[in-house]
Design a protein. Structure first.
Length: 71
């Protein structure tokens, strides 16, 4: 039986929500193995000056944990 763990992360991009989600995944995958999914819980647009804004996402990342011999 596999055991999954969920962590919450936030990421910001100046380009798009899609880039923010990819940034969240890329940052998590540097230190976490066996990522199974990235669930985007919130999309937030933060307007800035001259219609330039930031795209923020709050995500729940699910990954499998277990005995290293099983993986």
């Amino acid at each position: 039986m596999a055991i999954a763990k969920i962590i919450e992360v936030s990421a910001v991009s100046d380009k798009s929500f899609d880039d923010a989600v990819k940034d969240a995944y890329n940052e998590v995958s540097k230190t976490v193995r066996n990522v199974q999914s990235v669930y985007v819980e919130d999309f937030i647009y933060e307007p800035g000056k001259d219609q330039a804004g930031r795209f923020r996402v709050h995500c729940k990342v699910t990954f499998i944990v277990g005995n290293p011999d099983d993986m």
